[in-house]
Design a protein around this ligand. Structure first.
Ligand SMILES: NC(=O)c1ccc[n+]([C@@H]2O[C@H](COP(=O)([O-])OP(=O)(O)OC[C@H]3O[C@@H](n4cnc5c(N)ncnc54)[C@H](OP(=O)(O)O)[C@@H]3O)[C@@H](O)[C@H]2O)c1
Length: 342
């Protein structure tokens, strides 16, 4: 039963993807005698935590069951006063009898203190339920708390014979379902990056038009100012960061950082960290992706492989030998492969 309700917490938690950064995605479920009497999730940064929403959702006639109910949480309830009061105090105040947790919160402000406080107050606490799934769900948050650096996802679409596209021209590869999934991933990350050649040749918008959700910060490497004026990434309609020399203009949403270095990756990561951007989706092309791989700046690789063959063009990067295949799925006409860093 613990697994069933914890999986429900994970499903609820995922509903906050793209809206809670730099906070974790958290879901909570209240169960009395096998029946869910309340549930909630952390919906947006600065708003109520999952536990608060779960308690609020309990119907008046079910409130009397709280002392005998179990609260399932995908992450240890918070201990500290942040933008909202500590959830651990809410649990004590509502006299909830038992708490079941997947992961303890690695945030030093929590770090097991809520578990200890609940136990000291006589609440039964069980931890470590589906712990690995919980860590995978919040892998972005876990990296952020540990290193204060964005979690880097390398993503590309390739033909069945291993090409990203024809040289010098935009080459659609993915089917409609894979395209939508790609836009969902964009909506779930804080920033999205392409290399200078992709920005010039493909003229991408880097938005989320095929998925409802927030648009991430758009970023392009452009050390030699090769993106033509009038291209989407220079249309100044959305927050955009160009890693390259500043261009003249009355920019409202576009910023430039010129590190003056041949390699813009370390400077970019530093800039994203200082803005509390916890995740970066790198969408190509091959040269850009390979440079992230060669320097070890990656946490996850997502490949969407279509059945079509191109027989030549820009070769897909080599997946590092150390990468672990973590997920394989069929997405419409495409196969999805997700690799994790060991
Ligand atoms: N199938 C897919 O998923 C996919 C995705 C994206 C693109 N593509 C295709 O891939 C092709 C382009 O790929 P590409 O490999 O030729 O080029 P690219 O990776 O898009 O761009 C390479 C250029 O970006 C700049 N750059 C890359 N890494 C950098 C770093 N660490 N620091 C500073 N600048 C950096 C450099 O510009 P400078 O030389 O000016 O320094 C470099 O020459 C396009 O034709 C596009 O259609 C396919």
């Amino acid at each position: 039963m613990h697994f069933l309700f914890m999986r429900r917490c994970f499903d609820l938690a995922r509903l906050g993807a793209g809206r809670v950064s730099p906070n974790p995605q958290v879901g909570a479920v209240l169960v009395y005698e096998g029946r869910i009497i309340g549930e909630g999730w952390h919906m947006a940064y600065g708003q109520a935590h999952a536990e608060v929403n779960a308690v609020r959702s309990v119907r008046q006639e079910d409130r009397r069951f709280l002392p005998d109910a179990t609260l399932y949480c995908s992450l240890e309830p918070c201990f500290h006063h942040g933008k909202t009061p500590p959830c651990v105090d809410l649990i004590l105040q509502e006299r909830i009898g038992r708490v079941v947790i997947s992961n303890t919160d690695p945030n030093p402000l929590v770090a097991g203190q809520s578990v200890a406080k609940l136990r000291a107050a006589g609440v039964e606490v069980i931890t470590g339920i589906l712990e690995n799934e919980g860590k995978w769900l919040n892998r972005v948050f876990f990296k952020w708390i540990q290193y204060k650096q964005p979690y880097i996802i390398l993503k590309w679409a390739q033909s069945s014979d291993g090409f990203l596209g024809k040289s010098g021209e935009r080459t659609p590869i993915s089917g409609p379902s894979a395209l939508r999934l790609g836009h969902r991933w964009r909506a779930e990350t804080d920033a999205i990056l392409v290399g200078a050649t992709t920005a010039r040749v493909d003229n991408p918008r880097l938005d989320t038009r095929f998925w409802p959700g927030p648009s991430p910060l758009r970023i392009a490497f452009d050390r030699n100012s090769q993106i033509p004026q009038g291209h989407h990434l220079l249309d100044d309609t959305k927050p955009t960061l160009i890693v390259g020399p500043e261009r003249k203009g009355n920019w409202q949403h576009t910023r430039f950082i010129d590190t003056g270095l041949h390699d813009g990756i370390p400077g970019l990561i530093q800039a994203l960290s200082s803005e509390n951007r916890t995740s970066l989706l790198v969408e190509g092309g091959a040269n850009t992706l390979q440079r992230f791989i060669d320097q070890g700046f990656w946490d996850e690789i997502r490949i969407l492989e279509n059945k079509r063959r191109l027989t030549g063009g820009v070769r897909a990067p080599d997946v590092p030998g150390s990468a672990v295949l973590n997920e394989r799925a069929v997405v419409g006409d495409d196969n999805l492969y997700v690799f994790a860093r060991p």
